[in-house]
Design a protein. Structure first.
Length: 538
């Protein structure tokens, strides 16, 4: 009779699997909690203690670390000496190991989990069982993902192939590697303080520990899909995602609901647009082209925000990528299909709206979990055969209203203070400007972008580019506000902003010529605020 050893923390699908195994003649051997769940489901089950003739002990810390189990898993059926050793010691072979590990990732995801509680979620026996079964994959099937239960039953009916066994082996070792990496990463965020272990956040902690303090960052990348090509047709490309701490990527949040296959550049633009949409709590829309916004707006409704963002630069918006921070409704979907858009991403799409979007068969429609995206802390970029890592830029100084009381660091530098409406517009402009490629100068009102000067070699050129865009779109910049992602090194950039018609400016400050620039603003009657924080985007 074949034997299956089951020890699972996640009991999803357990009883269905047990039914399939029992129907195929397997003896079910299980650890404590799993054994109780199987017995409650009406299955005959042999406890691990009955096999080892040793009780589970030390609050469950020791239960499967025993030759009666590991011998049955590791013994090779093609080695007569192994078979003889098992018979000599009365050890029956184990043909299937089904294990998923203690929920360390769930405990680690809760930042307030006490250290000692976190330690108890470090599985010892489970990884040992998985690794033993994976090592002996020719004789022992190993399952670590509940999503593979149905495939296992199908394979048992057809006799498992070596290729199937090898696939499960690779998945098992990847699983234990990710588990250990999650432990190492979480412990790397801990500090010892007065004989107590405490965890500090990646950003804003007085003690400042983060993933960037580690000498080694362990990353697992799981392929999402092959891409048609890279930035150009002669370049191969694929989309990989960093595997989160949650096992098997059950938190994977991107879903392609309709449209053509995503391209390399689509994904770059979707990422850029999504970062802008996440800046706002009110309904907001961002239209992006080549990772730069061509229009961003907020509105009383999502459709109002989208139309305003699209019309901020309707020429550039053609064939653009759109991110929305609200579920897409019918009104918004009608507005989207009224022009040519390559892709749109939002938290969700109403069923009726999806039918409208389907009129554009090639329009890529994606949904994503915004909370998961917002929790991401690291950005990675390849360079010189290596990787640069940095904390994700957050425009935290703009999370609160500036008109009522500017936050610490935001200071008025000119004789004239911004009016309440100018404060509101400056805050809007500052949030968008951080997402424009440097050097960047943009002009906005309080609800939408008016002209964007992106990626220029000087700030004067950035202003001129924005002015040219405004003139082509017949948009007046008189009465607008301007934002610069870094300081003005000379007054000529500020003079150009004033000549374009802006009445207020926000910039980080920090130039050796700040006094010269402030004097220029006073000459023009501009209100100017410094934030003390630069937001370069290269």
């Amino acid at each position: 009779m074949p034997r299956a050893l089951l020890s699972v923390s996640d009991k999803t699908g357990l009883l269905t699997l047990a039914h399939g195994l029992a129907a195929r003649g397997f003896e079910l051997v299980a650890t404590g909690g799993t054994s109780r769940a199987l017995a409650a489901g009406g299955f005959a089950v042999t406890s691990v203690s009955a096999v080892t003739r040793f009780p589970e002990m030390l609050d469950g810390r020791v239960k499967t670390l025993h030759p009666a189990l590991h011998g049955g898993i590791l013994g090779r059926r093609d080695r007569p000496d192994h078979v003889a050793a098992l018979q000599q010691h009365g050890i029956a072979p184990i043909d299937l190991v089904v294990v998923n590990l203690y929920p360390f990732a769930d405990a680690a995801a809760d930042f307030d989990t006490p250290f000692d509680t976190l330690i108890e979620e470090i599985d010892i026996g489970g990884p040992s069982l998985v690794r033993a079964a994976a090592k002996n994959f020719r004789d022992v099937l190993v399952i670590v993902d509940p999503g593979d239960y149905d495939r296992l039953i199908e394979a048992l009916d057809a006799t498992p192939t070596l290729a199937f066994r090898f696939e499960l082996m690779r998945k098992a070792f990847a699983h234990t590697a990710a588990y250990d990496a999650a432990i190492a990463q979480t412990l790397g965020e801990m500090r010892l303080e007065d004989r107590r272990f405490e965890r500090s956040s990646a950003v804003g902690s007085a003690h400042g520990r983060s993933a960037l303090d580690a000498d080694c960052i362990d990353l697992r990348l799981r392929k999402v899909r092959e891409l048609r090509y890279g930035e150009n047709p002669h370049q191969r490309a694929a989309w990989y995602r960093v595997v989160p701490l949650v096992p098997f990527d059950r938190a994977a949040d991107f879903r392609l609901l309709q449209g053509k296959e995503l391209s390399f550049t689509n994904l770059l633009d979707l990422d850029a647009a999504l970062g802008i949409a996440l800046e706002f709590d009110v309904p907001a829309a961002a239209v992006v082209k080549h990772t730069n916004p061509c229009g961003v707006a907020v509105g009383a409704s999502l459709v109002d925000a989208y139309v305003a963002a699209r019309d901020a630069d309707s020429l550039a918006a053609y064939g653009g990528i759109v991110a929305l921070n609200r579920p897409i409704d019918i009104a918004t979907s009608e507005a989207i299909v009224s022009t040519f858009i390559e892709a749109v991403i939002a938290p969700s799409v109403d069923e009726a709206a999806l039918q409208v979007l389907a009129r554009r068969k090639n329009l890529r429609v994606l949904t994503t979990g915004f909370d998961l995206r917002e929790s991401a802390t690291l950005e990675l970029r390849s360079v010189l055969d290596g990787v640069l890592a940095q904390e994700r830029d957050r425009v935290r100084e703009a999370r609160v209203c500036w008109a009522a009381a500017p936050p610490d660091g935001v200071r008025v530098m000119t004789r004239r203070r911004p009016s309440p409406s100018e404060w509101e517009a400056l805050r809007f402009a500052w949030r968008v400007c951080a997402h424009v490629k440097s050097n960047a100068v943009i002009f906005t009102d309080a609800r939408r972008t008016l002209a964007i000067g992106a990626g220029q070699m000087s700030r004067v050129d950035a202003v001129r580019t924005a002015l040219m865009k405004a003139q082509l779109a017949n948009i007046r910049l008189a009465g607008s506000v301007a934002a610069s992602d870094a300081f003005f090194p000379f007054r000529d950039g500020l003079d150009a902003v004033a000549a374009a018609g802006a009445t207020a400016v926000v910039q980080p400050g920090g130039s050796v010529r700040d006094e010269e620039v402030i004097a220029a603003a006073d000459e023009h009657g501009l209100a100017m605020a410094f934030t003390g924080r630069r937001h370069f985007r290269h």
